[in-house]
Design a protein around this ligand. Structure first.
Ligand code: NAD
Length: 483
């Protein structure tokens, strides 16, 4: 148990400051109680942060530095996070609702990004292009300059770490707009940047309303690149603002990801995939396994196993849940919980069968009991993102039909296929319209593997070496040499 200070400031140009838009309450969703207030930035604060980052960029201090040195600083930021793991985990669970053990996983994951991209800093190499005698031509990569990063509330630490580490490794300065509901833990990135010696103005961290600070940041003419993780409507608003300044974006948006479970799949092992796939972070994961499309011969068994997985989970305040066996925390807010509950009710009205859950425990927290629904592909719940612990199970007869159902939403973030037949897995992997396909393990992959969506799930890729190219632009230098 740690004390939570009552008021938290923004970090602009190396100083902790109040916000021009006042303050916002931060609520513990497990109790509904306000645990702190955070400064709210306005457009003036945003401008100061962007101009500070621009000053750092134009000074050349980040680009003049040998990349291996910059990489070491990025790695040291990850170690700094780990040094504060216990306190951060407590804070994250209190502001977001997730169990302590999940917060620890998130912090370790965040630290891993700094380790991975710190390592990559010196590997961003250009190439030489033969032009015949008399010329020497080569490419090299330069940072965009000011990278604006707009963060969602479901993984505030990991999402920031993912883009911040890659942006710094490639020599950008950064302005982070933290989420209104979970802004507290992001303070660590300001402290880490200062601790490892990045000049003031390199990393700016501010909380503000999306419609105010978020909009001002995405429309700021001195921002050179934007990374956004969040919902589709906000992604469209940000990309539209960026387009007016001809600024590139990476959009990581929502999903309605499906696992296809064939008749030959190991359903006992699949219980673990269900546990992680839909009940991790109470289902508030963009790449959650929110749909299972199971062969009709195993449909009844799968529902039975899913109900068992769901009913075995205790739902309790995150700060009391120290290990995985203990269960699932609350959702991030009562608003999100009620939205999910309404979607369950609407599905029932459309003819879906509630196998378990679909209700809220009788307490003050934003809890939703782990839910399993038997649905058909035409229902709204089979297409729209719930962003909660709600599994939709459908059945199929022919392999092609399963792929058609899986591909039938506007999204395309991830998908999975569960079978012991390699040919069948390979065929599905080729045909599934998603940025990542898991075979026989949901969430297989890691910081090393590119992640991002098809369709309305967004564009650009985060994670892996592929993501580095989001943060740099190519310069070609063509030299006439000799006579
Ligand atoms: P959201 O779009 O409401 O908010 C995300 C961020 O955008 C917040 O910081 C918010 O303040 C800001 N914002 C809101 N309006 C803005 C505007 N007009 N201009 C600029 N910024 C604005 O999303 P959310 O509710 O926080 O997150 C849930 C959604 O995010 C889900 O749909 C989920 O699937 C998606 N998500 C995707 C990923 C991914 O990696 N693909 C990860 C996490 C969440």
């Amino acid at each position: 148990m740690f004390e939570i200070k009552p008021f938290w400031q923004n970090y602009i140009d190396g100083a902790w400051v109040d916000g021009g838009a006042g303050r916002i309450d931060v609520t513990d969703p497990a109790t509904g109680n306000v645990i702190a207030q955070h400064a709210l930035a306005d457009a003036v604060d945003v401008d100061r942060a962007v101009m500070a980052a621009r000053r750092v960029h134009l000074s050349g201090v980040l680009t003049d530095m040998r990349p291996i040195k910059r990489g070491r600083m990025v790695q040291a930021m990850g170690r700094f996070l780990k040094e504060h793991r216990e306190r951060l985990a407590y804070l994250l669970s209190r502001e977001q609702g997730k169990p302590i053990w999940e917060s620890e996983i998130e912090i370790d994951g965040a630290a891993l990004y700094f380790e991975y991209y710190g390592n990559q800093a010196s590997t961003v190499e250009g190439r030489s292009i033969p032009l015949g005698s008399g010329y020497f031509d080569f490419t090299h990569y330069e940072p965009f300059g000011v990278s604006a990063q707009i963060i969602p509330w479901n993984y505030p630490l990991e999402m920031t770490a993912r883009s911040l580490s890659a942006a710094l490794a490639t020599g950008n300065a950064v302005v982070i707009k933290t989420p209104e509901m979970t802004p507290l833990t992001n303070y660590i990135f300001a402290e880490a940047a200062e601790h490892v010696g990045f000049p003031k103005g390199t990393v700016n961290v501010l909380c503000g309303l999306g419609s105010d600070a978020g909009a001002a940041l995405s429309a700021h003419p001195m921002v050179n690149q934007i990374v956004f993780t969040g919902s589709v409507p906000t992604g469209i608003a940000i990309a539209s603002a960026a387009a007016k300044n001809v600024v590139p974006c990476v959009l990581e948006l929502g999903g309605k990801s499906a696992a296809i479970v064939h008749s030959d799949a190991d359903l006992e092992a699949f219980e673990t995939d269900l546990r992680w796939g839909i009940y991790f972070n109470a289902g508030q994961v963009c790449s959650a396994m929110s749909r299972v499309i199971v062969h009709e011969s195993r449909h009844a068994e799968l529902i039975e196993r899913a109900v068992k997985v769901a009913s075995d989970l205790t739902v309790a305040p995150g700060e009391t849940l120290k290990d995985m066996a203990q269960g699932m925390g609350s959702m991030v807010s009562h608003g999100q919980r009620d939205r999910a509950l309404n979607m369950v009710k609407e599905a029932q009205d459309q003819g879906a069968t509630l196998a378990t859950g679909g209700s809220a425990p009788n307490n003050a927290g934003a809890f939703l009991n782990p839910t399993v629904m038997d649905v058909t592909p035409d229902m709204t719940i089979a297409r729209d993102e719930v962003f909660g612990p709600v599994l939709s199970v459908m059945k199929f007869t022919q392999d092609d039909e399963a792929i058609k159902i899986a591909n039938s939403t506007d999204y395309g973030l991830v998908s999975g296929v569960f079978t012991t037949d390699l040919d069948r897995a390979n065929r599905a992997a080729q045909k599934l319209r998603a940025g990542q396909v898991f075979v026989n393990e949901w969430y297989a992959g890691g910081v090393e593997t590119p992640f991002g969506g098809y369709g309305k799930s967004g564009y650009g890729r985060e994670k892996g070496r592929e993501a580095l190219w989001n943060y740099v632009q190519t310069k070609n230098i063509a030299m006439k040499i000799g006579k």
